[in-house]
Ligand binder design. Sequence first.
Ligand code: G3P
Length: 215
Amino acid sequence: MKIFIDSANLAEIKEAVSWGIIEGATTNPTLMAKEKNQSLKKISQEICRIVPGPVSLEGNASQAEEIIKEAKILAKIANNVVVKIPMTIEGIKAVIKLNKEGIKTNVTLVFSANQALIAAKAKATYVSPFLGRLDDIGQSGLLLIEEIKKIYKNYQFNTKIIAASIRNPDHVKQVALIGCDIATIPFKVLKQLYQHSLTDKGIALFQADWNKLKI
Ligand code: G3P
């Protein structure tokens, strides 16, 4: 499973990339809006420069022709740009055209297996089911990922599944067990993946014993 960082914060992205395991990044307007007083274009360029892999950038157009125009502008920012497009009829019309023009897409705000089926039929490069937001309304985000995985396997679709809206380390473990292609993970959760209280306890004990050694 590939690991992407779900962030638009340059400090977080730089640090996570320095850990050596990041293979892409995803952003959205909410994440961008948290980065106050910075130009959207500059942040986007910088993320694309830092991240060794695809970077999903999202616009705000709603009609297919407008989405396509916006996607072409975003795609010019860097070679690793993937255009994030919401799951709507107009969005999917745009995905079909953009695919023919060689522009990579990530169909976002996906909450059902049928939406993911449509995204794959449109030959989206990626599909982003939102786990946490489904869990928030009492539905199972993990079940959705399993369903999408099965449907894509049944028909050998090439669209890659990005588990998004990940809220905790257990989400990461569960999507890895399912065999999801990619998990896009917020910085805080990424850090938690490295941690265990017994690791800390073990290090402290080894350190204390090390100090007793005669070298
Ligand atoms: O990248 C989009 C997605 O990960 C958003 O997550 O926590 O706002 O539901 P969240």
